[in-house]
Design a protein around this ligand. Structure first.
Ligand code: LLP
Length: 419
């Protein structure tokens, strides 16, 4: 459930009228509801109340520092995948002992930064990375707490591009090599083996692949313990899907938690979770204004001022996002392709979408855009990054301003040989 709803035909974010907000901050703009962020975090955390569990919000989903501060206030930890995300998490006040560092390609500098910050654990994805971490830690007279990310070879995920748990995927240590690599890790002076990690994909709308993977990993933990390896933590990754208004309805966090408690109860481990989309996805919208209505030869196009550079999910993953009019109209229905201004045919938010008739100047809200929206934006076509706004009750604040042309070009330099 989220806090974007109509009041007398006008769409509000909590107690803020989105028409007034659009006039004040301009469009396009991302708008997040703080109450929704908090609510989603609590629903997830409460589902595991009583269990020894850390909810490490996956920063990649929405890394704005104000969003991170909101979640830090709820007790969230962080799952980071770069030195930049680590800095953001720390800047937002997330305690390092609640931070896990994931990702297949950590650089030496990033590993050193994680060690210096004394994070909870590195989720290690290969033998080569393990060796690098060992070496860097020894050079600093430190010991890196690690879990190996194991690839359970279970297919899951809403789209081929976001499935990560199959053996063809680049992620994780191959299942068949896991025990050997744990044995090697135990012999390394620069690492301290803490646990096991997995993450099988994103936007998963079915408990079955989770249960299959988690059960399999339970078996591995038993084998590792039989090998004499103490396993204290089990990081189950993220991946729980959200309703986008089309397709299957994902399981409720309570049902996800019930299954996990059942599967992991005999293991006696501290559980770590890395949810991203489930917390931020439905807490944000992309607010945009209709520029033109164009009657093409075969189609009617609604050309809006947001483009694929602002929200790439439809172009990149064929993702479905509901599009709501900000002012409800009295009726009728038109079929539109909703497109942006970018010079690419894939710059399309919806194809053959039935909507109330709209005209130039009207506002629309692209729903469920709080996760993997602003973070995946680019300045393609020299379009300024979209500002981000956080709503709290009847107040709002710009939490990332729209860059100026000078901001956009500030990092560029002209070589001496050009005029
Ligand atoms: N942990 C790891 C190791 C991950 O790779 C991911 C997401 C998560 C946690 C968080 O997963 P979530 O709970 O958000 O499903 N850009 C794509 C999604 C890519 C997901 C990448 N990894 C999209 O827009 O659908």
């Amino acid at each position: 459930m989220h806090h974007f709803a109509y009041r007398d035909g006008a769409l509000f974010a909590e107690d803020v009228d989105l028409t007034a907000l659009a006039d004040a901050v301009g469009t396009p703009a991302y708008v997040y509801s703080e109450a929704t962020l908090r609510r989603h975090f609590r629903v997830f955390a409460d589902a595991f109340a009583g269990a020894d569990a850390l909810v490490a919000y996956s920063v990649k989903a929405n890394s704005n520092i104000a969003v991170l501060k909101t979640l830090a206030g709820e007790g969230a930890g962080a799952d980071v995948v770069s030195g930049g995300e680590l800095q953001r998490a720390i800047a937002a006040g997330i305690a390092p002992e609640k931070i896990v560092f994931s990702g297949v390609g950590k650089t030496g500098d990033e590993i050193a930064a994680g060690l210096d910050a004394r994070i909870l654990q590195f989720n290690v994805e290969s033998a080569a990375e393990l060796a690098a971490i060992d070496e860097i830690a020894r050079a600093r007279n430190a010991q890196a707490p690690i879990a190996l990310r194991i690839n359970p070879d279970v297919a899951a995920g809403g789209h081929e591009k976001i499935s990560t748990g199959k053996k063809e995927d680049k992620f994780g240590v191959p299942w068949a090599e896991a025990r050997d690599l744990y044995a090697k890790a135990r012999a390394m002076k620069g690492v301290a083996v803490k646990g096991v990690d997995l993450h099988i994909g994103s936007q998963i709308d079915d408990l079955a692949p989770f249960e299959a993977a988690f059960t399999k990993i339970g078996g591995l933990i038993a084998d590792l313990r039989a090998d004499g390896c103490a396993i204290e933590t089990l990081d189950l990754g993220g991946g729980l899907g959200i309703p986008y208004g089309e397709g299957a309805v994902p399981p409720h966090p309570d049902d996800y938690a019930e299954m996990i408690k059942r599967v992991t109860a005999p293991l006696n481990v501290k559980l770590i979770f890395e949810p991203g989309r489930m917390i931020a996805g439905n807490a944000g919208i992309l607010l945009s204004r209709v520029l033109y209505v164009k009657d093409g030869e075969a189609k009617k196009f609604l050309i809006i001022d947001a483009g694929m550079n602002d929200l790439v999910r439809p172009a990149m993953y064929d993702a479905f996002h509901e599009i709501w009019p900000v002012v409800e109209s009295s009726g009728g229905e038109t079929v539109y392709d909703v497109v942006g201004p970018v010079c690419e045919s894939s710059d399309r938010f919806a194809k053959d979408r039935k909507m109330a008739p709209l005209k130039a100047g009207d506002l629309v809200a692209i729903m469920s855009a709080g996760a993997y929206g602003a973070v995946q934006a680019s300045q393609y076509n020299t379009r300024a990054l979209v500002p981000e706004v956080l709503v709290n009750g009847d107040q709002y604040a710009i939490i990332r301003r729209r860059p100026t042309y000078e901001d956009i070009t500030a990092l560029e330099a002209t070589p001496d040989w050009l005029p």
